[in-house]
Ligand binder design. Structure first.
Ligand SMILES: [Zn+2]
Length: 299
């Protein structure tokens, strides 16, 4: 995981304009448009993808069931182009092997399961947000093995744009956020919680976290029980800051975030940079979301 930053109490000072909201898709991305087989088929009324189901009803899943989010995890079907899709717990995703890769080669084999025992720490109550991280490390396998300690994220995107899922279910909880800061302090809607004399920064942060936890989202930031974490491989190089996010990481990030947003009804307002909601190195998530074209204003 990224290194801790000394607590400095500084809020971030993004002045970037708000991300434009597309009422039809519930999102808009300021990057080269990627086309997904289902992208043209969102049903405006429920924001659910109309899944590509074999008209003959392979695997016993009919169109109506699938449209309402049906099908069992593990079900597969083949569309008219020969692409094979599999139902995962975040919806229908292209299967790693088989199928035509002509229409969109980037889709195939996008999410690779690499379940790390010890990474899952219970179950997410409700997915309220997505938190963006950097690993501050070089080797993805080694980094994921480190998740055994209990600190990890559901997803990791390496520099080549491979997406690894480290928990069996997306809604397996991971420890990736830490103690959350106070959102109302950031917006100026409440008094700053004072640190007691003799109280360590850690104890102070935990005391604040406990207070925040009792609030409802989005009055507070999301935390481990309510968010999915995505790590982007990348080193922090002292005064030079974080290494640039690669083009492949950008494409993979857009793909994964859109998938999660669709599944859990999230907008770009529900995407958070780790350093904005907890006490972390500046630019950790911010450099990533900027590269992805999410000019988020966090407060
Ligand atoms: Zn982080």
């Amino acid at each position: 995981m990224e290194k801790d930053d000394e607590i400095n109490g500084e809020g971030n000072s993004y002045t970037a304009e708000f991300w434009q909201y597309d009422p039809r898709l519930g999102r808009r991305w300021n990057v080269d448009p990627l086309t997904y087989p289902w992208q043209s088929s969102y049903a405006a009324f429920n924001n659910n993808p109309i899944y590509y189901i074999d008209p003959l009803g392979l695997e016993g899943v009919d169109q109506e069931t699938a449209n309402s989010g049906g099908g069992n995890v593990g079900d597969t079907y083949e569309d008219e182009n020969g692409s094979v899709f599999e139902k995962s717990d975040i919806g229908w995703i292209p299967q790693q092997s088989g199928g035509s890769t002509e229409s969109n080669p980037t889709l195939h084999g996008r999410i690779k399961k690499n379940v790390i025992s010890g990474a899952a720490r219970g179950t997410i109550k409700k997915v309220e947000g997505i938190v963006i991280h950097r690993t501050d490390s070089n080797d993805p396998k080694q980094t994921m093995n480190g998740f055994k300690s209990g600190k990890g994220t559901q997803f990791l995107i390496d520099r080549e744009g491979n997406i690894f899922q480290t928990t069996n279910s997306v809604t397996d909880k991971t420890w990736h956020v830490g103690a959350i800061k106070s959102r109302c302090e950031a917006t100026g809607d409440c008094d700053i919680l004072k640190k007691n004399s003799g109280e360590t920064w850690k104890k102070y942060a935990l005391r604040q976290h406990k207070i925040e936890k009792k609030k409802d989202y989005p009055t507070r930031y999301p935390y481990n029980d309510t968010s999915i974490g995505i790590e982007f491989m990348g080193k922090h190089n002292g005064k030079n800051g974080w290494e640039p996010v690669t083009e492949d990481q950008i494409k993979a990030g857009v793909f994964l975030i859109q998938l999660l947003q669709n599944r859990y009804n999230l907008t770009n307002d529900d995407i958070y940079n780790h350093e904005d909601i907890s006490r972390k190195t500046p630019g950790e998530g911010g450099d990533v979301t900027k590269a992805l074209g999410i000019n988020q204003v966090f407060n």
